[in-house]
Design a protein around this ligand. Structure first.
Ligand SMILES: [Zn+2]
Length: 168
């Protein structure tokens, strides 16, 4: 059993939001950052915040999922956070999973899993990240999770390959 075995599959209604996250990831890569993008959908179905990776300035905690958690804490009442969904191109890291749970957000839907990303990086000979590659469910077991989305895997993999300087 793998860490992502508890995850559901994204639904057709999720796909446009995941599509937008992958576009934000490409935008990040084009701007010299790592290819990750995320958005926050409120309980009424409105996209209220979106962001992409911004670590190129030297602060490696500038993940979009972390920015979403902070934005939600500042702008949404606890009851509204509990009805909000986060979509993201790559599964939350341990830091972002913890932030998500601490501020009381609800479901997470991701295009590519941490397990996939770790496998791609290993395949390309890249060093391991400084943080353990835990699935969301290992850090925040109460959060409903869906992913990965198979139809976006090749595209997300290609973005990460480009980020690593690997020809695809
Ligand atoms: Zn993160």
């Amino acid at each position: 059993m793998t860490g992502s075995a508890a995850s559901a599959t994204p639904t057709p209604d999720d796909l446009p939001y995941l599509r937008r996250c992958v576009d934000l990831a490409r935008e990040a890569l084009d701007a010299g950052d790592e290819p990750f993008g995320s958005l926050l959908l409120d309980g009424g179905g409105a996209v209220v915040f979106e962001d992409r990776n911004r670590v190129s300035g030297g602060d490696a905690t500038r993940h979009p999922e972390f920015e979403i958690a902070r934005w939600a804490a500042d702008h949404l009442a606890p009851g509204d956070r509990a009805r909000a969904t986060v979509y993201t191109s790559g599964e939350h890291c341990a830091m972002c999973s913890a932030a998500h749970a601490w501020v009381g957000l609800d479901r997470i839907v991701y295009a590519a899993s941490t397990e996939q990303l770790v496998a791609w990086h290993a395949e390309w000979g890249l060093p391991a990240a400084p943080v353990a590659p835990l699935p969301i469910t290992a850090v925040a077991p109460g959060i409903p999770v869906a992913g990965p989305e198979p139809s976006l895997a090749d595209e997300v993999r290609a973005l990460h390959a480009r980020a690593a300087g690997i020809p695809v």
